[in-house]
Ligand binder design. Structure first.
Ligand SMILES: Nc1ncnc2c1ncn2[C@@H]1O[C@H](COP(=O)(O)OP(=O)(O)OP(=O)(O)O)[C@@H](O)[C@H]1O
Ligand SMILES: [Mg+2]
Length: 311
């Protein structure tokens, strides 16, 4: 069963902004990246899924239950983007009040609170008042609240925005830990380098519209980049399947090329081309795209098609 499913889900604010026409399915035991620049509609989408905003149109389900119902929220954890907790409480008291809200039985409460405090790296610091917490500590305690009731689905809206590099790594590790326990993590982010190692499946949203979705490494199968080191230089003309190239220097008078090909299938062709010209090849290395490349590829495609449509 899909953990999250939407059909043309739309939420606009008096016809403006928000996000439109999102159809997606999110399976069990994955970290799903919902990625887009500022203002692209990520938070609107999550808040609509959680029933905090009324959809304008379309439908959505969490664990098979229609969004907006109490049942759809029963097994859900949520770290909002901009949250403020009562700052006169200590971290532990905040978790105790959350445990009340989640109706965690009193006998299990302390053990569970200790567990989540450890999971978010706050052991020994949870007795301080929230008013004295740094931004990073607040974000960690927010994460602890989100996972306290051992939810099956966890929505994290920019969970690392206040964290230093160590904190960011901790959150990545936590997401992997949750995923390995069979949980589904739905992650809103624009920090692409950070999420590429934990998300396989992504949606890319831009200006309130979904522009691509799927396993991100497969979203750019159409283009390939290869790094090649040759003896000496290669003279023009270049074969047509090379769509672009950059030339640099390698050791011992060799030349390092970064060659752009239309498709991965052209990699053997370039080798044939070089050997037919008796050019010695010392290295051939496909350059794996980063999530940021995939993201920019789809955003640029979108911009180009909008430009053509407007002509
Ligand atoms: N309450 C609101 N009233 C009117 N417009 C809104 C409201 N909330 C968001 N918007 C608009 O909807 C669009 C999407 O906003 P949203 O906050 O969902 O984006 P986001 O992708 O989460 O951005 P960020 O990365 O900055 O958090 C923006 O154009 C925003 O101005
Ligand atoms: Mg947001």
């Amino acid at each position: 069963m899909d953990v999250i499913q939407t059909n043309s889900l739309t939420k606009t604010y008096d016809g403006k902004g928000g996000i439109s026409d999102v159809t997606l399915s999110v399976g069990e035991g994955i970290v799903y990246g919902f990625l887009g620049p500022n203002g692209s509609g990520k938070s609107t989408f999550v808040r609509t899924l959680l029933g905090l905003l009324q959809p304008t149109s379309g439908e959505g389900y969490i664990l098979g239950e229609p969004i907006g119902t109490t049942k759809s929220r029963e097994q859900v954890g949520y770290l909002p983007e901009l949250f403020r907790y009562p700052d006169w409480l200590t971290g532990k008291q905040l978790l105790e009040s959350h445990a009340d809200l989640c109706k965690i039985p009193v006998r299990q409460r302390n053990k569970r609170i200790e567990e989540v405090i450890e999971l978010v790296g706050m052991t020994g610091r949870d007795n301080g008042r929230i008013s004295g917490f740094s931004k990073g500590m607040s974000q960690r305690i927010g994460l602890a609240c989100a996972i306290l009731n051992d939810p099956k689905v966890i929505f994290l809206d920019e969970p690392t925005s206040a964290l230093d590099p160590i904190g960011r790594k901790d959150v990545r590790d936590l997401m992997v830990y949750l995923r390995d326990q069979g949980k589904t993590v739905f992650l809103n982010s624009h920090l692409l380098y950070e999420v590429e190692s934990v998300c396989d499946h992504v949606s890319i949203v831009h200006q309130g519209e979904m522009i691509a979705q799927g396993p991100w490494r497969e979203l750019m199968m159409t283009e390939a980049q290869v790094e090649i080191v040759t003896e000496g230089s290669i003279s023009a003309p270049f074969p047509p399947f090379i769509t672009d190239y950059q030339k640099g220097k390698a050791e011992e008078g060799r030349t390092r090329w970064v060659v752009q090909l239309e498709t991965e299938k052209d990699i053997p062709k370039i080798l044939h081309h070089l050997s037919s010209r008796h050019i010695d090849v010392y290295e051939v290395k496909p350059i794996n795209p980063h999530l940021e490349d995939v993201f920019m590829h789809w955003v640029n495609r979108k911009k180009e098609s909008a430009y053509v449509d407007n002509q």
